[in-house]
Ligand binder design. Structure first.
Ligand SMILES: *Cc1c(COP(=O)(O)O)cnc(C)c1O
Length: 382
């Protein structure tokens, strides 16, 4: 986020509109929703919950998750580690990126004292041990089969089972503690993917024959982005049952990102032009809305005017973002009140994940007004 980011507190989205009358986009954080989601996860997951910071690193979000009971954080860069450390000095960070720069490793080990590092190759193992020493836990990341996830995260990272066996033995031989990690892919729509990956991990563990500190089953738990997904509890049940059956007898870790924060934030945009069934708004795919394109997501929307929610019959509108690029358009049409026009606002729900953290700043458009809303979320039109 730009250092100019303004951090303001409000009672509702209506309060934001009344007090700011914003012609710029406003990112709304709902701490109550985030706290509840964190508590549900901490209470329901049969192990330790790490929040994947890349999903939304804003201090309001980190703080709400901490208040909801999250104490551990999956980080991938020094900037993320620094943000967590500054905001939550007692938090425990893990360096869970399989490819790390030497400078970042030095800072992680010497400045922040991190003790857990993911690797998926022998050269990364050498690099990590050379800088952080051996009084650390090496998590060997294994590649898992592509299942029913919207984003595959095993085509870029992850060792084969044979490589993982060799890496675990080598890390152990050099005096490190060891663990196994995987990521089934983001927005994973099939709880069974965790069973398959846990079975692979158990097989690797048995073949490696080393003592494991924990099994980190990664993120991937879905948010309710317009699709019917099994309840989180359904995922936890599959994971707990599999864990018992495999009898690994080691702690489980999970690294949810999206499932913890998607529901807890919205983006309030303003219509700058209405032209037929096209609406031109002030955020788009180069800003907070890129996942609507890349993840095929269908967030809920509602229209609001200065006088309150816009009522009346709905019809489909094409929505264009603010940059001069013709690609800056949302691919699906959104059902909004027929009377919507310039100066009205459109609130997009379920925008907590991969939104403010993914902005490019292209063409000078950035959503850098982030507000805290200490109250419940309003319902959406469609
Ligand atoms: C992105 C990522 C996560 C979070 O994934 P979600 O799908 O948002 O839950 C967790 N762990 C690692 C290693 C990641 O790269």
């Amino acid at each position: 986020m730009s250092s100019a980011a303004r951090e303001l507190r409000f009672a509702s989205v209506a309060d934001v509109i009344a007090r700011l009358d914003p012609s710029y986009p406003v990112f709304c954080v709902f701490p109550d929703v985030l706290r509840k989601r964190a508590r549900d996860f901490v209470e329901g997951f049969p192990g330790t919950v790490l929040y994947a910071v890349k999903c939304n690193p804003h201090p309001f979000v980190l703080k709400a998750l901490w208040e909801g009971g999250i104490r551990h954080f999956d980080t991938a860069s020094i900037s993320e580690i620094a943000k967590v450390n500054e905001q939550l000095p007692d938090a425990h960070c893990y360096f869970n990126h399989p490819v790390k720069g030497r400078g970042a490793l030095e800072a992680a080990a010497d400045v922040y004292g991190l003790k857990d590092y993911v690797v998926d190759t022998l050269s990364e193992l050498d690099k990590v041990i050379g800088i952080a020493g051996t009084d650390i836990t090496i998590e060997v990341r294994i590649a898992t089969p592509k299942g029913k996830a919207v984003y595959d995260l095993s085509s870029k990272f992850g060792a084969t089972p044979d490589e993982a066996v060799a890496l675990l033995r080598e890390a152990s031989r050099r005096g490190c503690r060891t663990a196994i990690a995987f990521h089934v892919g983001s927005q994973c729509l099939d709880p069974d993917a965790y069973r398959v990956a846990m079975e692979m991990s158990a097989d690797v563990a048995a073949r490696a024959g080393v003592k494991l500190e924990y099994l980190d089953i990664g993120g991937g738990f879905p948010a309710i982005h317009g699709v019917d997904v099994a309840s989180l509890q359904g995922y936890f049940d599959v994971i707990a049952t599999t864990n018992e059956r495999l009898g690994l007898g080691i702690p489980l870790f999970a690294e949810p990102g999206r499932a913890l924060v998607a529901e807890g934030c919205s983006v309030l945009t303003q219509v700058h032009l209405g032209k037929g069934d096209s609406l031109y708004i002030n955020d788009g795919i180069y800003g907070c809305l890129s996942e609507i394109r890349d993840g095929d997501f269908d967030p809920p929307v509602r229209a609001i005017s200065k006088a309150g929610p816009v009522a009346g019959p709905l019809r489909p509108f094409r929505i264009f973002g603010p940059t001069c690029d013709s690609l800056d358009v949302l691919k699906q049409k959104f059902n909004l009140p027929e009377s919507i026009g310039e100066g009205d606002w459109i609130e997009f729900g379920l925008m907590g994940a991969y939104s403010i953290g993914m902005q490019t700043g292209f063409n000078g458009f950035v959503t850098d007004t982030i507000v805290r809303i200490d109250g419940p979320q309003d319902g959406f039109n469609s």
